[in-house]
Design a binder for this molecule. Structure first.
Ligand code: NDP
Length: 498
């Protein structure tokens, strides 16, 4: 079925047929002919072609992907009972998909954007998805803003063009994103390659243990080659010359045996520290400064294999922060909680309700989930005649328990987090604190020769697309709040370029 060479043409239903090079026609001499409805293969060929596309991801459409291996390099069994992290040297197969966020599937991949880093670890206790970015924080901390944020970065409803007015209007009105804006317009907004990119969990997660204890963690994935970026000018030029520049770089490197490597680290926080820590650890616009929470290495990631078929391996891949294994658990970050709903929901829309059965998404360890069955495109045995209801006395089911005999496994422990409160609309108050880490990053950029100047140029080049001078002034004020010299410099550079 998968062989490239067959002795005769076989239809998708296995029936031999004469040729798929000519249609069956009633010919009139050497002139035209009438094609026949009975030419099933012609009809199949045309009908299938019209249906080759599945819905494009609304965000993260353009991507590169590869398979690889995660290997444990350091003991971390003191903070998690996750099986895939249980011993030094233990290896887990990985699928990685790296994407731009806003632009469409056919767009250039060197455009300035946050880059998604979606990683599926096929562990021996089921799949674990790390759905990260190449920035350690994000634009928002309330998930209800997520569609608005993304629309403001996409095409204007009237002009069908990306629109600087819309972009900056959103960010001036939602200034908690200034820290992420600082990352986006730094050199890291245009990575030189996926091999030279870092990735971050952004959200706080939990490492849990079977005794019910846990630590809060943030995960960092750092390139062995170090970070390297394109200048704005080089990125724009490459977007025209080779819109698949990042895809090609990764593909070529792996084909030539030059396997990209990354070290994987965690920052670890005790739950008690979280109560008094300066920063709200559930606010996705903030990092944990390294000096407070140093990186601790746990593993290494190596990419070793290109996809055999992009559609099957990468386009049909789905990732969700809700895909978790025992020993790894979500935190109360509201954006994370919302993503845990939204990502599988997107997969159900894009791929269908049985998306988990597709080869690239399927768990490599055994699956037994008889209460999810039937549905469109069910490829499985569908659990035969096993009970399709809970509590059967005819065929009792046993579930995995933790060492304390609790009914559910460790990933759902809630010790420390006891929530009592009023259900209310959550207002995102903007305070001076929202500018502190953005200002710290401005200082970090100053450590590298010319980076602050390039940052100013990157912002000014985008901001000159804003036609409304009132809005431009609001943007200058926003950056002045980070650093007054920065705001003034952006204003001078922008207005001079108009
Ligand atoms: P540190 O001086 O300890 O760390 C600064 C970090 O900034 C570096 O470790 C590096 O992260 C990252 N960095 C270096 N150059 C750039 C750049 N051009 N663009 C973006 N990031 C860069 O300070 P803090 O930990 O106190 O953080 C200060 C600021 O650095 C933060 O406000 C944040 O914006 C940024 N940052 C912090 C990270 C964190 O988790 N604490 C992670 C990344 C950035 P890396 O080694 O991961 O490349």
């Amino acid at each position: 079925m998968h062989s490239l060479y067959v002795e005769s043409w076989l239809s998708s239903l296995g029936c031999p047929y004469a040729s798929n090079i000519t249609s069956i026609q009633v010919r009139n001499g050497s002139g035209g002919g009438l094609v026949l409805l009975q030419d099933t293969q012609l009809i199949e060929t045309l009908a299938h072609f019209s249906r080759e596309r599945i819905p494009e991801r609304v965000v993260h459409a353009k991507a590169a992907g590869a398979f690889g291996v995660f290997e444990v390099t350091h003991n971390c069994t003191d903070i998690t009972s996750a099986s895939f992290l249980s011993s030094i040297g233990k290896k887990t197969e990985v699928l990685l998909r790296v994407s731009t966020v806003g632009p469409e599937r056919g767009s250039a991949d060197t455009v300035r954007d946050v880059h998604g880093w979606a990683m599926k670890l096929y562990t021996d206790q089921g799949n674990l998805d790390w759905v990260f970015n190449n920035t350690p924080i994000f634009f928002i901390r309330d998930p209800i803003k997520f569609p608005s944020l993304n629309r403001s970065h996409k095409r204007h409803p009237r002009t069908n063009m990306t629109d600087a007015n819309m972009f900056w209007d959103f960010h001036v009105g939602n200034p908690e994103g200034i820290h992420e804006i600082m990352h986006l317009f730094s050199d890291r907004g245009t990575p030189a390659s996926i091999r030279h990119m870092n990735a971050y969990s952004g959200h706080t997660y939990k490492f849990t243990k079977e005794d019910g204890s846990f630590k809060y963690v943030k995960i960092h994935i750092k390139s062995h080659l170090g970070v390297a970026n394109l200048t704005r000018e080089a990125a724009v030029k490459l977007a025209g010359e080779n819109p698949d520049y990042l895809v090609q770089d990764l593909y070529d490197a792996i084909e030539s045996g030059s396997y990209p490597n990354y070290n994987v680290y965690v920052q670890v926080m005790d739950p008690r520290e979280a109560e008094t820590y300066k920063w709200n650890i559930f606010d996705m616009t903030k990092v944990w400064p390294h000096k407070d929470f140093p990186l601790r290495q746990i593993g290494r990631l190596t990419l070793t294999r290109n996809p055999r078929n992009y559609f099957v391996d990468i386009e049909q891949a789905s990732f969700s922060p809700s895909t978790m294994v025992p020993g790894f658990a979500p935190s109360a970050d509201p954006v994370l909680q919302a993503r845990m709903f939204a990502y599988p929901d997107a997969a159900r829309y894009r791929l269908g309700v049985n998306y988990q059965q597709l080869p690239t998404n399927a768990s490599r360890s055994p699956v037994y989930c008889p209460f999810e069955r039937d549905g469109f495109m069910n490829f499985s045995e569908n659990y035969g005649d096993d009970p399709n209801y809970v509590g059967s006395s005819l065929r009792p089911t046993t579930f995995a328990t933790d060492s304390q005999g609790k009914g559910r496994i460790a990933s759902t422990v809630t010790e420390h987090e006891k929530w009592v409160g009023e259900a209310c609309s959550f207002t995102t108050h903007i305070t001076e604190e929202d500018f502190e880490q953005a200002a710290a990053l401005w200082e970090v950029l100053g450590r590298e020769s010319g980076h602050q100047e390039r940052f100013i140029g990157n912002v000014a080049d985008h901001l000159r697309g804003v036609t409304d001078s009132r809005l431009r002034n609001m943007v200058y004020d926003l950056f002045s709040h980070v650093n007054s010299v920065l705001g003034d410099s952006i204003q001078i550079a922008t207005e001079a370029s108009l």
